[in-house]
Write a new protein. Structure first.
Length: 329
């Protein structure tokens, strides 16, 4: 395999025991790209090896590592969850007409929307093929369909609230529970399926840890949109505002500062108007309140992680969670 495919995000430099497994996961993903259309093949290979953090497959692996497990299946299922994640990103970029993802041009920017749609659809099909091959249970397939439905419902909830200045915090948490937390939870679930005779209490604690981790992770991401520039984010800063997608800091700020709602009534926001809105958010208490919500979910995640058996996997999850949830990019 090309050396580029073996390069992992620097995040994993401090966790050498994970590096071999994650490189194998990436190899499994690339090896399962057998598209006859060379353009789609190129697009998928590029996106699957572009330096993403591989957080979700890592979560699958670490949850499985708590007990003796079927390691080959564990790595195959870890690849499954990353393929699913990548498929949702490709389709998100099409909907948002996003030019960049992780500092790179998106598939739809490079190859067109038709190639991007086919690429995303192909990954969905590959996801369930690998899931069927490595799970060895009807239950896992049923769960996979349920989690996919949760993810899509989160996306639909967001779509229904486009340009809705009356969106509530509850609406937002419902969206990210589907868009982000459900995939973290699914990743954890897949890790448990490779362990024989697993205690249901462990499964529940592991999945609740993953869910709360995902909620905190997304809230922090949305907070950082108001603290970072375009170069750091790898996407146009605050483009969500222009697309009518209102995240937690903006929702909270609208409740505090009515001027923001007035500004958002403009049919097409200029760069200066978006900047003004961002400044109003920054000057309000919204960032602080959003951080308190992220801290709440972080505390919940740590409580559920505390309940898991001690060992290397738990130590890595503590260190990884701390790094992810205290990051300033």
């Amino acid at each position: 395999m090309n050396d580029r495919f073996q390069q992992l995000n620097p995040l994993w430099d401090q966790f050498p025991s994970m590096q071999r497994d994650l490189k194998t996961v990436r190899a499994i993903m690339v090896d399962n790209l057998t598209v006859q259309d060379t353009e789609i093949q190129t697009a998928l290979t590029s996106m699957l090896t572009d330096g993403g953090k591989l957080l979700r497959p890592a979560l699958t692996i670490l949850i499985g590592r708590f007990f003796p497990h079927h390691h080959n299946d564990l790595l195959g299922l870890a690849a499954t969850v990353e393929l699913l994640h990548t498929a949702t990103l490709i389709h998100d970029d099409i909907i948002d007409d996003a030019p960049l993802r992780r500092h790179q041009k998106t598939i739809q920017t490079q190859f067109g929307k038709d190639v991007a749609v086919y690429a995303g659809d192909y990954l969905f099909a590959t996801t369930f093929r690998l899931l069927a091959y490595h799970s060895h249970s009807v239950e896992a397939g049923r769960k996979g369909a349920e989690y996919l439905e949760k993810i899509l419902n989160g996306e639909l909830s967001q779509r229904m609230n486009h340009f809705n200045t009356n969106i509530t915090v509850a609406d937002y948490t419902n969206q990210i529970a589907g868009k982000t937390a459900a995939l973290f939870e699914f990743a954890s679930y897949l890790g448990t399926t490779t362990v024989d005779n697993l205690d249901p209490a462990f499964s529940q604690s592991a999945q609740q840890f993953a869910y709360n981790l995902g909620m905190a992770f997304q809230i922090l991401d949305d907070i950082l949109d108001y603290a970072d520039d375009q170069e750091t984010l790898g996407k146009p800063t605050l483009e969500d505002i222009q697309n009518g997608v209102y995240s937690l800091p903006l929702i909270l700020a609208m409740q505090e500062e009515p001027t923001i709602k007035t500004l958002l009534q403009v049919p097409v926001l200029s760069t200066n108007q978006v900047t003004e809105i961002a400044q109003l958010v920054q000057q309000s208490q919204a960032i602080e309140t959003a951080m308190e919500m992220a801290s709440h979910y972080t505390d919940q995640a740590e409580d559920h992680l505390d309940a898991l058996p001690d060992g290397e996997a738990k130590d890595i999850l503590y260190a990884l969670s701390d790094q992810l949830l205290s990051r300033q990019r």
